[in-house]
Design a protein around this ligand. Structure first.
Ligand SMILES: CC(C)(COP(=O)(O)OP(=O)(O)OC[C@H]1O[C@@H](n2cnc3c(N)ncnc32)[C@H](O)[C@@H]1OP(=O)(O)O)[C@@H](O)C(=O)NCCC(=O)NCCS
Length: 175
């Protein structure tokens, strides 16, 4: 009985993943999505979300490039990157709405931004992640990122008792 229930739950989970893959669209950022991104930041980051003013500042930068995940007309996730010198680009932020997490949306956003980095001639992708954000660190590792530096006082606010961040990087030349 318990085994049957577990099988049914696994089947439903697979089905919902397929449904989500069919619905979520990854498109280039447009200013009309800013309101949705502001709300998403607040929902996705328990500590230190980007404010509207910070987001406007990033998106106003003519060198910024960004993609938005749209699920059923709503912003389900976004990613934004900026050049870091000539060789590398830095993922300034990536977030998926908690309701959509674990369905592959983050992976689609990461793929999209890495493709765009390659198209713009960057040879590596760099990012900073809180050293206690295990979920995100695992996600990046799964996508080929490696820790290259630990910065113990990177953030102003504490998260899980730490202000520290890892800098992670991935070569875009390999694949
Ligand atoms: C990190 C983040 C962008 C990943 O997006 P996502 O859509 O959940 O990612 P995917 O569905 O493509 O991949 C999920 C992977 O994340 C990890 N994960 C583990 N538990 C998870 C959970 N409950 N929800 C989401 N991801 C989970 C796993 O590595 C999982 O890999 P798997 O497919 O082998 O199980 C998203 O979790 C998020 O927005 N987190 C909050 C904001 C944040 O921390 N951003 C990063 C700042 S540097």
């Amino acid at each position: 009985m318990v085994i049957t229930l577990i099988r049914v739950m696994i089947l439903l989970k697979r089905l919902s993943v397929r449904v989500h893959y069919g619905v979520v669209k990854i498109i280039p950022f447009q200013a009309t999505y800013l309101d949705g991104i502001v709300l998403l930041e607040q929902r996705a980051f328990p500590v230190g979300p980007y404010t509207r003013r910070m987001l406007e500042h990033v998106f106003r930068n003519p060198q910024a490039f960004s993609f938005v995940a749209i699920d059923d007309g709503k912003v389900a996730g976004y990613v934004v990157a900026l050049p870091l010198g000539v060789e590398s680009a830095d993922i300034e932020s990536i977030a998926v709405d908690p309701a959509n997490q674990g369905n592959g949306t983050g992976g689609l956003l990461l793929d999209a931004i890495e493709q765009e980095m390659k198209a713009r001639g960057f040879s590596s992708s760099v990012l900073e992640v809180r050293d206690r954000n295990t979920q995100a660190i695992n996600f990046y590792r799964k996508h080929g990122y490696e820790i290259i530096e630990h910065m113990p006082k990177y953030y102003h606010e504490l998260y899980e008792g730490s202000r520290g961040a890892y800098r992670m990087a991935k070569s875009l030349k390999k694949d």
